[in-house]
Design a protein. Structure first.
Length: 319
């Protein structure tokens, strides 16, 4: 079984925000720490996926990654990995942690004890899992799905040491996962093939898209803090024009073929979901409105409005 897991959008977007901020900006370290955690989490989830893929499941089993569902108009919930069988639904929470982690009961949290001597406080996985179980049960109940929900906490790093684990909290290493999944206690069959297919359709059709854009709003950063101009995507230095089609980076000496469109994409990710001629001209430091007009016309964006009210949004142009 091959599990498809999409790369988190923030893995691409956060580096662009970091590139557009001065190195001494007050939120640079917060962004770098968040980027590291997202990358480590994604790597751990992909690693665990490979072990789930080795498991010999009944043919009715469905495995979903990064499930994001809505249970009310104002509330959604997210599950790393969800396995649906004709007998139960299994929530798998993955953590990719190094060195030693210690469970603390009051208030509930994890303490990561690093070899350097530093400690990092991490949200309690027990609370996360129990909350997700409650949310999934509510989602099932709203749709009349009579399925028992169970959960499992998996450590992606085989060298992680664990202290003070609650006796009633299931936690295993990734290499133990196929054995664990194949030896779950049998539970009475409650779903038919048609019901599993119907649940699968519901999950796919109701899947919510995580949208943190624009990132300046998401991370509470003023757009006026951003560096403007055309930046090298290799070292983030400001580019110099080499000829009509190419820009040169004075920092790493690499050529850049399409930095204007890359700059427009930075704007859409970081500042605003649309861009007009003046915004394009000021953000990319283009020489005049004609250069901005040409850049926007050449881009893959869709034009909206007329005359001075013209703006552009992301999408596919009609050909």
């Amino acid at each position: 079984m091959t599990i498809q897991r999409n790369q988190p959008v923030l893995l691409k977007a956060i580096p662009r925000l970091i590139a557009r901020l001065n190195p001494d900006h007050r939120k640079i370290q917060i962004l770098k720490d968040h980027l590291y955690r997202i990358g480590a989490g994604y790597s751990g989830e992909c690693n665990v996926d490979s072990y789930i893929g080795r498991t010999n499941f009944p043919h009715l089993t469905k495995v979903f990654s990064d499930v994001h569902l809505r249970i009310s108009s104002s509330f959604t919930f997210q599950i790393d990995t969800l396995i649906i069988t004709e007998r139960f639904a299994l929530i798998i929470e993955v953590k990719n942690l190094k060195d030693t982690v210690r469970f603390v009961q009051n208030p509930p949290h994890l303490v990561q004890e690093l070899e350097s001597g530093n400690e990092v406080i991490i949200d309690c996985p027990i609370f996360q899992i129990e909350t997700n179980k409650s949310n999934l049960n509510e989602w099932f109940q709203q749709r009349g799905i009579p399925l028992k929900t169970i959960s499992l906490f998996v450590l992606a790093n085989p060298n992680t040491k664990v202290k003070d684990v609650p006796h009633d909290f299931p936690i295993i290493y990734k290499k133990q996962l196929p054995y664990y999944l194949q030896n779950l206690q049998p539970i009475e069959t409650v779903l038919s093939i048609a019901q599993i297919q119907d649940i699968t359709r519901k999950i796919y059709s109701e899947q919510q898209q995580f949208n943190p854009f624009p990132l300046c709003s998401y991370y509470h950063i003023s757009s006026t803090d951003l560096r403007t101009g055309l930046l090298c995507h290799n070292c983030n230095e400001k580019l110099l024009r080499k000829n009509r089609e190419t820009w040169l980076c004075p920092g790493c000496s690499k050529d850049s073929i399409d930095p204007i469109n890359e700059g427009i994409q930075d704007w859409l990710m970081l500042v605003k979901s649309s861009i007009n001629n003046e915004e394009c001209r000021n953000f990319l430091r283009l020489k005049d409105k004609h250069a901005a007009y040409y850049a926007l016309k050449k881009s893959p964006l869709i034009k909206k409005g007329e005359s001075s009210a013209t703006f552009y949004i992301a999408g596919m142009k009609r050909v």
